[in-house]
Design a protein around this ligand. Structure first.
Ligand SMILES: [Ca+2]
Ligand SMILES: [Ca+2]
Length: 260
């Protein structure tokens, strides 16, 4: 078929080009099928992922009815809730925590609760911190993964940990990871490889508050995942720690989940 003979040619020669009309019908039918299949694919995509329009936070489905933040909550996202949360004064040996895409730090477990409540009220959706077991299940990719690397020298591919850069920057004498992730303190979120659920920085960068707390002489909250400051022994999806719920530090942040 001559490529120059287009739809207009068919209109001008209705009786003499039946075979071309048939071809056009076929092409049209294929087009419709293609569009329908794309539509179905789009519906699946939107069912397995969600982006919050207020903060731009992205979520991926990790189990029925539960979507987990793809990244740790960033400074820019947290400042939509609390614009005065300024980290400029909190440098560590000259290294800044204040970048828009670095994870928010110096937030207590209560601050994290309040952020989720604020976003829930604003959107009519149900955002909250993940429970300890929800966080660990997502970290473990639904299986029994503890770390995303077999050899600690590969950790820097997946996590911002206390690496050679960290050791140089702060002169640590204790054991650090024998690899170089290039970040002395927190890195912008999403710079490393995600886990199989598509979640970034589950291990490393910042410890993440969960929705779980316990009373052990005082109220303590459960945190997960380890941070830029931690040594090899501190890492594993089951490796939680506890801290006073009011604690704020330069290696503690959080991510949210969405019930949907
Ligand atoms: Ca590092
Ligand atoms: Ca983390």
């Amino acid at each position: 078929m001559n490529r120059g003979r287009s739809f207009y040619y068919v209109l001008e020669h209705p009786c003499s080009v039946m075979s071309e009309v048939t071809v056009m019908h076929t092409i049209f039918a294929v087009f419709i099928v293609l569009m329908l299949s794309l539509g179905v694919a789009g519906a699946e995509d939107s069912a397995s992922a969600y982006t919050d329009p207020v903060t731009g936070m992205e979520f991926v489905k990790v189990q029925d009815g539960l979507y987990m933040g793809k990244y740790e909550v960033t400074n820019a996202q947290f400042k939509k809730f609390r614009p005065a949360h300024n980290l400029k004064k909190y440098t560590h040996n000259g290294h800044s925590f204040d970048g828009d895409n670095q994870p928010v730090v110096y937030v207590s477990q209560s601050d994290a609760f309040l952020f989720g409540d604020w976003l829930s009220r604003k959107t009519g959706m149900k955002y909250r911190l993940p429970e300890e077991n929800e966080w660990e299940r997502a970290c473990k990719e639904g299986g029994d993964t503890e770390t995303y690397w077999d050899d600690d020298r590969d950790a820097c591919l997946y996590a911002n940990v206390c690496d050679k850069t960290c050791k140089r920057a702060f002169g640590f004498k204790s054991e650090t990871f024998d690899c170089d992730d290039g970040f002395a303190v927190t890195s912008p979120v999403g710079r490393k490889k995600p886990n199989k659920f598509g979640l970034y920085d589950m291990l490393g960068n910042v410890w993440e508050w969960t929705n779980t707390w316990k009373v052990i002489s005082r109220d303590v909250g459960v945190m997960e995942g380890g941070s830029w400051l931690d040594e090899p022994a501190g890492f594993g999806c089951s490796n939680s720690t506890m801290a006073p719920t009011s604690l704020k530090d330069n290696n503690i942040g959080f991510r949210l989940v969405l019930e949907k």
